[in-house]
Write a protein that binds this ligand. Structure first.
Ligand code: ADP
Ligand code: MG
Length: 697
């Protein structure tokens, strides 16, 4: 895939320059200097020869086949190069040139025209406005970066050229090797999706790393990531998430959603590991690239000082790892050579004066314990030991172990040499124990995700025709918000359980309705203009008899007339009262990148304050619906506290899945929520007692 970009047999540099310091010079120089084995053709009408290679006036004049063209000409000249690529049958192009979409509408139009022409000609394009590409296995450095990464197993793509340069420099400083480097630039054609797919097939790439500011084509990206992450970990840092999606929100879901949630959900659902900082991006990268995944959560910590051991234990507590109990045989063995003041339990504290040999023996014993899945070795540089010797010991023992071994040698000056020894031998070496734990945690989560069974999708019978009818009547009346009755109809068509409900225009009708339903009942204002009914005094619950119903009718209508005099009143709803229901909220929003998104949270009036909600991109699998429910902090309340009956979790799951299906079937729904869904005790289902839906044409 994209073979000509990463393993071409011939390259033309269009706009190759004779002047050092020019981009067209640097690129050609990098290609030659870092040992590219294929043919290289500088293209420059004013030169006969550049850097010892014969130059040609244009692409068409080159006598042989060209696999890859690198373009470093000013933006107005690029279109002609694309035309020539078409004529010369060059199929892969990297456009380094800036001055397109990133400078404004005019550049944007130029870029669109280029993209359209390139598509017609069947060209694949990286860029424009990028730094270029590097593939260490092909000794190809078609970029103007200063330096060439070492060979390694990390494939990196980045939307920011500056980030590429920074990472390259960091990698050289830390001895971290790379398989590929791709600067995506404006992503006119090739985006992160194609690069991920190409790295899936690249045998030198073990870990895929990305820096992104935006994502092109959310659903396709997710599909690709899902496929690729099954084989190789994808770690992404995503910057620039704003809450653009939360604009003009009329529902709870709208107010709580936002593109940050969408990205988080999309990453989670496609198996992407999200790094929150550059530091953790690097930290994860070296761990995944060099160590095997932990087979389980049991971690042993070896330390020569108490404080760092406790810090590490705390970090472990907050992660999915846990401190392994040390088996008796292991503890006995440790005790046989450790000083009496040492702690043979986890964290294993081998005391400040520990020489390298004590580290060695301890690690050896710990690695032999089958109950331990991963080891973290901490070192605080005391006067007594020789950190380099400790590092060498770890390197030696790590060779024969398939357990991940992480290190955090704290300090700077005294441990510098030791850290270099570790890095040179692919042992992840962190400055702080928390970083080591975070990386191990990410590895464990990745491994667990690998073991998850295939997702199950459930399909429900639904009456799409009635929904379509409701929507066209709403649009026909130039409305966007459905009234209560219409929202009920939509939910009914999708199999939601609704309370029995009648509209009463008089007290007499109200009493009749109540006796038909059976006491107790709930009464609510029926008005297209009242958004939050209880805020306006428009809801009465637990009405037990005729006279309470009559009073409620008067109260409710009077309240609304007083507080919202211009509201149209259709009457008062008399509704079946759902007893002992726990209130949850379910919602739909639409994200610009990823499409319909489903929300779940504990309902009631505090939902917007507590923001205890979970989001997933639709369509939801059964597992994803379950995960959402478990994800909220208030989940224990649903399971029941202090002798309470547990709520019907299956009922919530089913409601989430039905809502997901509705959102997928009707893209015109831009927002909606069921607030609350009243969840009855286990086995008794869940009932949608209030709903709001907003559509657009
Ligand atoms: P709004 O959200 O517009 O104020 P709701 O219809 O959600 O109006 O009603 C407000 C609250 O009243 C609900 O959150 C719920 O606690 C209670 N409630 C409403 N309908 C019922 C019902 N059918 N059974 C039991 N409680 C209900
Ligand atoms: Mg409500």
């Amino acid at each position: 895939m994209l073979e000509h970009f990463f393993n071409p047999s011939s390259i033309a540099v269009v706009g190759a320059s004779q002047n050092p310091g020019k981009i067209g010079y640097d690129i050609l120089n990098n290609i030659i200097r870092y040992g590219f084995k294929g043919a290289v053709y500088p293209i420059n009408p004013k030169a006969k020869e550049i850097l010892g290679r014969e130059a040609f006036p244009d692409l068409v004049s080159v006598p042989s086949q060209i696999d890859l063209a690198i373009v470093a000409l000013p933006s107005p000249a690029v279109m002609e190069v694309i035309e020539q690529c078409g004529r010369k049958k060059v199929d892969s192009v990297v456009i380094i040139t800036a001055g397109f979409k990133e400078i404004g509408p005019e550049g944007g139009r130029l870029e669109q025209a280029l993209a359209a022409r390139a598509r017609e000609l069947g060209l694949r394009v990286v860029g424009p406005n990028c730094l270029g590409i590097i593939d260490t296995a092909s000794a190809l450095n078609a970029s103007f970066a200063a330096g060439m990464p070492l060979d390694g197993h990390i494939g990196f793509f980045s939307q920011s050229g500056a980030m590429c340069v920074a990472i390259l420099d960091w990698a050289l400083g830390e001895n971290v090797g790379f398989s590929r480097f791709v600067s995506l630039g404006n992503k006119m054609d090739i985006s992160e999706t194609q690069i991920m797919l190409s790295m899936e097939h690249d045998k030198n790439t073990r870990v895929i790393l990305g820096y992104l500011e935006s994502i092109e084509g959310g659903p396709l990206f997710m599909k690709a990531a899902r496929q690729v992450s099954k084989k190789k970990p994808i770690i992404i840092i995503k910057s620039g998430t704003t809450s653009a999606g939360a604009k003009a929100a009329s529902s709870h879901t709208g107010a709580l959603a936002g593109s940050e949630h969408a990205y988080n959900a999309a990453f989670k659902q496609s198996g992407i590991i999200r790094a929150e900082s550059m530091q953790s991006l690097f930290g994860y990268a070296v761990a995944f690239a060099n160590q095997s995944l932990p087979k389980g959560p049991s971690l042993a910590i070896i330390t020569n000082s108490g404080g760092p051991g406790i810090l590490a234990a705390d970090a472990c507590e907050k992660s999915s790892l846990h401190l392994s109990p040390i088996r008796k045989e292991t503890a006995d063995e440790l005790r046989s050579f450790l000083p009496p003041t040492a702690s043979v339990y986890n964290p294993v504290d081998i005391i400040g004066d520990a020489p390298a040999e004590r580290y060695d023996r301890t690690l050896e014993v710990i690695l032999r314990d089958h109950a331990i899945h991963a080891v973290l070795i901490l070192l605080a540089p005391t006067a007594a030991q020789d950190p380099d010797a400790v590092a060498r010991g770890i390197v030696r023992l790590a060779k024969d172990s398939d357990k991940p071994i992480m290190t955090a040698f704290m300090g700077q000056k005294k441990v510098k040499g030791a850290r270099k020894i570790l890095q040179d031998h692919a042992i992840p070496s962190y400055e702080y124990p928390e970083d080591a734990i975070a990386a191990l945690d990410a590895m464990l989560c990745y491994r667990r995700a690998q073991e998850e069974p295939e997702r199950q999708y459930q399909h429900f019978e639904a009456d799409r025709g009635s929904v379509r009818q409701v929507f066209s009547s709403v649009i026909g009346q130039h409305r966007h918000d459905l009234i209560e009755k219409e929202a009920r109809e939509v939910l009914k068509a999708y199999g939601f359980r609704l309370p029995e409900n009648h509209i009463a225009r008089t007290t007499k009708e109200a009493v009749q309705a109540a006796s038909k339903i059976g006491y107790p009942v709930v009464m609510k204002i029926a008005s297209p203009d009242v958004l939050h009914k209880s805020d306006m005094g428009g809801v009465r619950v637990k009405l037990e008899n005729d006279s309470m119903v009559e009073d409620a009718f008067f109260d409710i209508t009077a309240n609304i007339q007083l507080r919202q005099p211009d509201a149209r009143i259709l009457g008062v709803m008399v509704q079946e009262m759902i007893p002992r229901g726990k209130e949850v909220i379910l919602g739909i929003t639409r994200d610009i990148q990823f499409g319909p998104m489903i929300m779940f949270g504990l309902g009631g009036i505090y939902v917007e304050v507590l923001k205890d909600v979970a989001f997933r991109i639709a369509p939801l699998s059964v597992e994803e619906a379950d995960a959402m429910i478990r994800e909220i902090r208030a989940f224990p309340l649903l399971r029941g506290v202090r002798g309470e009956a547990p709520a019907d979790i299956k009922g919530i799951r089913e409601a989430l899945l039905r809502l997901s299906q509705l959102a997928m079937d009707f893209p015109e729904i831009i927002e909606g929520d069921i607030n609350p869904l009243l969840v009855c005790p286990d086995g008794q289902g869940a009932v949608a007692v209030d709903a709001r839906i907003t559509i657009h044409e």
